[in-house]
Design a protein. Sequence first.
Lengths: 122, 249
Amino acid sequence: MIKSLDPRVTREQIDIDNQIAPLKDLDQWETYEVFHQKKRGDQHMHVGIVHAPNAEMALLFGKEQFGRRGVSVNIWVVRTADVFTSDYDDSDIFETVPEKQYREAAGYKVMEKINKYKKQNK
Amino acid sequence: MNHIKELLYKMADDLLILGHRNSEWTGLGPILEEDIAFSSMAQDKIGQSQTLFQLLHDLGEQEPDTVAFTRNANQFHNAIITELPNMDYAFSIMRHFLYDTADQLRFDMLANSSYEPLAKVARKVKGELKYHVFHANTWVKKLGNATEESHARMQTALNEIWDDALGLFEESTFEEQLIKEGVFVGEVELKNRWLAIISPILSDSMLTIPHESTWKPNIGGRVGKHTEHLQPLLDEMSEVFKIDPTAEW
């Protein structure tokens, strides 16, 4: 029987000569990404991560970690391992060549037209 | 009004004492996420007890803080199950499951109480209780079905705490009056509904309720007869309050 529940009394037996020993099975649960929705119809926003042994428990924890201040109406959890991500080595795919102003809103000289219209209709 | 006060006192005391017991896990929970969830529910319980103490105050009893922090063990009406010290986590989860299911049912029934102030509280705490029971059910099913060790610990906890859980339904001397006036449908009805709900969840979790022929409800808590564990809890809980009972918080 366990003598005390206090971790200062009952210590996990860790081999101090080998501090980077791999964790035992069940030592750490897998992680789930948590998304919450502030009100019905809003998009779900990513708010953080919880450890959990299954999706149901992830929902349980997600609600308490991120929804307990009463600003959520709905919550999603997704196994982190199931999220397909781009690679940071590929970050350059987000860079664009600057000579394409026609693709950007700033490329359209509309402000002049708007101001002219406003002036006319004053 | 004595019948209503008695009902409010036992409910408020259950919540206060179990809320305090559960809060003893804060910082020591099995994992961070669960530590936060369990602590948060303990706070919900203290908050619910405060609401009920306020109703008592409205009926002429002393201030909620005075009532919560200055009574001795023999003046408390909580069921024995709520005062027992935490053993392992299986014990606390099993108590949480057995108590919170009963608590949710009791408040459910009270949502239609003829005593309107209590019916209002019952409707207000519905969401909190729903989460508490969802939390309890999820853990019981998970631990009951996980490893041989987790299953064994859960079954041991159920065996140990069963008679204490039955003590939650200790009948009051005002039972008939409460039922007749439509304040509360009574402990017998509550117990029957509770059994109907917990039985399938326990069997889904591969856990067995002790045989009915062995049941010996551990009563007495409702009339102030407690174990030696309650007074030390009260001493610790009121330690700060008693330094200066007139302080503003």
